[in-house]
Design a protein around this ligand. Structure first.
Ligand code: KIV
Ligand code: ZN
Length: 406
């Protein structure tokens, strides 16, 4: 089926509206995330995840790399058929075979995007592609022109953009716009960049790329130096209006920028950034959990936003503060990200206030002298156990031996 960018068949999506001042969330969990060792998902798992991403409010779902395998083709085609409220995107190298396969996989999509990519950095031009600067431009232009006839919109990524000469990158992007790309992505493919450099590059591109006002600039950061989220946010501050990211930050090597962290940073610090997303943040935690179930890979306890400790407090000083005013040690409400409630974990760092509150919740109202004894026995027990559970507390309150309580 021939598609043109002038006649998209989607009335509902304003993803292609480049003028809309919001950050489009481009989720690549099912492509860049899934291609990392340990995170492969079969077709059924990808479909479940795609439904969750649609419900989350993701603007563009990169569903896979159709040329990679028959199963990936089938997964992208199935997602394109059933997901109606997100743009469905497939990745393709700048090769006719890849582009045609991706176009076929996306045929049933309500709104489709082909994402073509080609390396632009000197290192990649010489050692990976063996191409001159002008060959890279010609190859990218031919690919974009071919893809245009097969989908509603085309994204072009300059792989390793952050190690590319900025003047040359602007030249490549200008040619990509003239060829019909409407989203231009500057990936930090190897996670090498700093936030200041990122902001400088995006400011430069917006000024020097011909036709910049007609397209959406996109950022795609890897986490090799732990700066993927900071770099993505720096790009947004400098005018990027699409962020490519993944649930739980999964992705090649150290991963991609984490979707939940980007979304909550833009939300919690809304006055600072002045631009937001369409994500329903209350679905962040359930979506993160679904991914851990489908891949069998847990997130670390201390992972921002969705880790077990993100809204848990054990130390007495923090618990005391939280009991007086939750703002003392929390900058967002757990419910805002879909977590039922803050946890005051009782352990050896906990204090009397948190213990008394928990005992009251369990129905034990103790006077001060009884509380002194229970608190002393609680501390002795906490030195032996990582976490104290409700059964232990019940036993302590009733003067029983908690070890006998199991
Ligand atoms: O990291 C990268 O450069 C990529 C491209 C394919 C966008 O994943
Ligand atoms: Zn990547």
């Amino acid at each position: 089926m021939m598609k043109t960018q002038d006649q998209p068949n989607s009335e509902s999506s304003d993803v292609s509206d480049v003028a809309a001042d919001r950050v489009r969330i481009f989720d690549t969990t099912l492509r860049d995330g899934e291609q990392a060792p340990g995170f492969a998902m079969d077709r059924r798992a990808k479909l479940r995840m795609a439904h969750a991403l649609e419900a989350l409010g993701v603007d563009i779902i990169e569903a896979g790399f159709p040329q990679a395998s028959p199963d990936d083709f089938a997964a992208v085609a199935e997602i394109a058929r059933v997901v109606r409220n997100s743009t469905i995107c497939g990745l393709a190298r700048c090769q006719p075979g890849d582009i045609d396969t991706t176009g076929r996989a996306l045929e049933a999509a309500h709104h489709s995007r082909i994402h073509v990519f080609l390396s632009t950095s000197p290192l990649h031009r010489e050692h990976k592609l063996g191409m001159s600067k002008s060959q890279v431009i010609d190859t990218a232009v031919a690919a974009i022109e071919r893809a245009r006839g097969l989908c509603h919109e085309v994204e072009f990524s300059a792989e390793d953009a952050l190690r590319t000469e900025p003047e040359y990158l602007a030249e490549v992007f200008s040619a990509a716009i003239a060829a019909g790309a409407t989203t231009l992505n500057a990936p930090d493919t190897v996670g090498y960049t700093t936030p200041a450099e990122m902001a400088e590059l995006f400011a430069y591109l917006r000024q020097h790329v011909k036709g910049a006002e007609r397209v959406v600039f996109s950022t795609h950061c890897h986490d090799d130096l732990g700066m993927a989220v900071a770099n993505s946010l720096a790009a947004v501050s400098a005018g990027a209006r699409q962020v490519e990211c993944t649930i739980n930050g999964i992705g090649e090597r150290a991963g991609n920028a984490s979707l939940e962290e980007i979304v909550m940073a833009l939300r919690v610090r809304a006055p600072h950034f002045g631009v937001g997303t369409r994500i329903d943040s209350r679905k962040l935690y359930p979506t993160s959990r679904l991914l851990t179930q489908l891949t069998g890979q847990a997130v670390p306890r201390n992972k921002a936003i969705v880790g077990d400790n993100a809204f848990a407090h054990e130390s007495g000083i923090h618990q005391h503060g939280m009991l007086k005013h939750r703002g003392t040690y929390e900058i967002m409400r757990p419910q805002d990200v879909g977590i039922a409630e803050t946890k005051l974990v009782l352990g050896k760092h906990s204090g009397r206030h948190a213990l008394r509150q928990r005992l009251q919740a369990l129905g034990h109202e103790l006077d001060d002298s009884l509380m002194d004894g229970v608190f002393a026995r609680f501390k002795a027990l906490a030195d032996k156990k990582q976490e104290i559970h409700d059964e232990d507390l019940e036993a302590l309150a009733l003067g029983q031996d908690p070890d006998a309580a199991g």
